[in-house]
Write a protein that binds this ligand. Sequence first.
Ligand SMILES: NC(=O)c1ccc[n+]([C@@H]2O[C@H](COP(=O)([O-])OP(=O)(O)OC[C@H]3O[C@@H](n4cnc5c(N)ncnc54)[C@H](OP(=O)(O)O)[C@@H]3O)[C@@H](O)[C@H]2O)c1
Length: 298
Amino acid sequence: MSARRIDGKAFAEGLRARIANEVAALKAAHGVVPGLAAVLVGDDPASQVYVRNKTSQTREAGMASFEHRLPASTSEAALIALVGQLGHDPAVDGILVQLPLPGHIDSTKVIAAIDPAKDVDGLSTVNVGRLWSGLDALVPCTPLGCIMLLKDALKDAGAGALVGREAVVIGRSALVGKPIAALLLAEHCTVTIAHSRTRDLPAVARRADILIAAVGKPEMVRGDWIKPGATVIDVGINRLPKPDGKSRLVGDVAFAEAVEVAGAITPVPGGVGPMTVACLLHNTLTACRRRRGLVAGA
Ligand SMILES: NC(=O)c1ccc[n+]([C@@H]2O[C@H](COP(=O)([O-])OP(=O)(O)OC[C@H]3O[C@@H](n4cnc5c(N)ncnc54)[C@H](OP(=O)(O)O)[C@@H]3O)[C@@H](O)[C@H]2O)c1
């Protein structure tokens, strides 16, 4: 058996196109253009690429993009002041502070300064609390993308496709593992969160109808950890050196083994990765509507 590949690139393209249509309709009906402010501190090359991608995809979706590039020497107080100003700016619906921040800045203080109604990364304690309380929340983008892919992969099983399924999430970070677990719980899965201290992880993983790997360890999840027919979502992005001096991306799942056992699986690259920015746009549109009391489709 060879598992069905879950094409995150195609799904993300479709999602971005739907968002662009909704942005155009919002502008036509209400004269409203959703705006996303991206704040980048310092010159970390990977962060520069992420922010450039986010900015260009925001513009392609017809939204306004405001970029704030600050030197690495920026003080914590100055960054918090900027985030506060953006909170009061009516043209800004979403605020994204690119992480990681330079070592002298406490990211928890900066995140706490973001207006929760504009917290499109879903990292503020208000949004985390609302998510776990089952209330409307802005949800972290990568976890949201995982759930969208999962629902789409299982859609043939009907509306309640996730209900009652055994889900195992490997990884308990605030950014990925915990919010994915909360979203799976909200879909009525029976959820186990595994981590570095979990005993007999392969046996725990083998229970899963839905297995989410969010660890950051290349190809850690082997084929014999997977229940036959399971749906596997690989969040990991790991860069491995190649003999020619270049590098290749692999996930947290040993894809060649897993694809022989799973029912459906996300590849790396081309699985979860492209969903993150598409979900950032989704969250910005959601924040824009909620702040103005507009319902979806209006
Ligand atoms: N757009 C995207 O696709 C996207 C976005 C974000 C992250 N990622 C990728 O997703 C992966 C995870 O990211 P993250 O931010 O959640 O990483 P993280 O903060 O480093 O968390 C990793 C988690 O994995 C657990 N872990 C580490 N070694 C383990 C082991 N041997 N067995 C079981 N669990 C283990 C850790 O457990 P403890 O808590 O016990 O230490 C921790 O909870 C990374 O590869 C990252 O690059 C991708």
